[in-house]
Design a protein around this ligand. Sequence first.
Ligand code: ATP
Ligand code: MG
Ligand code: MG
Ligand code: MG
Length: 564
Amino acid sequence: MRTSNFLIATQKETPADAEVISHQLMLRAGLIRKLAAGLYTWLPLGLRVLRKVENVVREEMDAAGAQEVSMPVVQPAELWQESGRWEQYGPELLRIQDRHQRDFCLGPTHEEVVTELVRNEIKSYKQLPLNLYQIQTKVRDEIRPRFGIMRSREFLMKDAYSFHVDQASLEATYQDMHQAYTHIFTRLGLDFRPVIADTGSIGGSASHEFHVLANSGEDDIAFSDSSDYAANVEMAEAIAPAGERPAPGADMAELATPGVRTIDDLAKFLSIDPATTVKTLIAHGEEGQLVALVLRGDHQLNTIKAEKLAAIASPLQLAEEAEVRKALGAGFGSLGPVGLDIEVIVDRSAAALADFTCGANRDEYHLTGVNWERDCTPGSIEDIRDVVEGDPSPDGHGKLLIKRGIEVGHIFQLGCKYSEAMKASVLDENGKSVTMTMGCYGIGVSRVVAAAIEQNHDDKGIIWPPAMAPFQLAMVPLNMQKSEAVASCAEELYQQLKSAGIDVLLDDRNERPGVKFADMELTGIPHRIVIGDRALAEGNIEYKGRRDADSRLVPREEIVTFLR
Ligand code: ATP
Ligand code: MG
Ligand code: MG
Ligand code: MG
């Protein structure tokens, strides 16, 4: 490719509204452009990267025996009513009507559609297991789209769905997918951790998230320094004795469900006894405000606070954070010191207080007070670190470390949740009808691009892991318009490199060398050669790797072999 024939849309200035480095660099390098909140256009350079990621994902899914399909983005409401999610899903589900006033939604995920497909197509256990996947646009009306394509409202997901005659078969495919994900993220050159995840409101027996470690991540990952143990911090809290922590599934979304409206509801939901030591109150705000406060213990202070809070929050009405703070008085601002007796739960997905983490009810694992301030920057994990880091890993091997993670993949043993509700069954080997067992497996293909940049950049710009680079090699001829020697060498070399299968971008623009160098560095192309009169006179080409401090000379005759 030649830059004269390729849209290079780089920008010098750091865009004001881009908070994280990946968002800034994706705009500056000309990978994406914003259309509206959470909606982005992929420019040619960005799309090349996205396609690279997509292809790695596709190759590994195919290799693991999954088959590619493509399902519609627009989905009929009836299917979602059948599964029960039309009611449950909430405002993240973008609902539309057609010209006949029939209800549809834009798919945030495709369990219903794929279950509809499979219940019609598959009749016998002999056709199972079956694993279908697609790489396709998803729509989620995120309450707070941010960080560019990292949390957007329209994004590219690889979603796979497997169908089985029994749990054992599901577990085998689940392991295959776990393995395939490990291959994918390894090939993409990412520093990642598979993490035990809370199965939350979806239920099911097992779930892993794949997290790319980065300070801008929205999840906190606790992992052992000397074993494979890794858990989402919510899960790490499970080490606290049962009954003293929110039950698995005490998920923020659930707390906001219609089922939880009173103190007793909440206590029941959290498996705690409201009558004894616990006072439970809920203050529920719209966007990132407090969702729940659980106050416990015999401390006079907390009883008083509980009562004060009750005055404004009871019976479980909306309460602004500012109101809560005011009512609680000075002590509340310093939540940390009294944190051992207070648990604060904030809607993280909706969070204006984005990085707040809910606490566990055991001293060492209490994470309250983290990033309480509104103006906190993502990545300030020191507060949590003080609390958990250095503790023994629950698997008995090594000590816990905590880092921020970006969720790039999520695999799930769904069981029969959808197949039961939607009556998807097959005949087993005895001719008996059995409900199919399901798994689902997602990768945020577009989010991976941003996550890679979070991990791989310097002050000059992006440094792509080779597997997702838009081009492998940038060719920068100096003074090409004037020097015949440079122009002919560049042309000849360009053809040779292309024939050698190297993905090369020839910067043939009539621009100053400084401009070209800056652009090639900003866009993160892993290798660069410079063709200039001076080196050429001695038969040399200048080479520099994107991470190298200095360039070096390589003889013209050896350069193709050198680069290959
Ligand atoms: P998150 O916790 O970040 O909201 P999720 O758990 O809701 O993600 P899943 O339903 O597990 O997401 O979807 C599979 C994958 O899709 C996620 O692991 C993530 O990589 C990606 N993803 C989810 N929501 C978004 C989004 N709004 N923008 C970009 N990628 C997303
Ligand atoms: Mg989400
Ligand atoms: Mg998640
Ligand atoms: Mg998830």
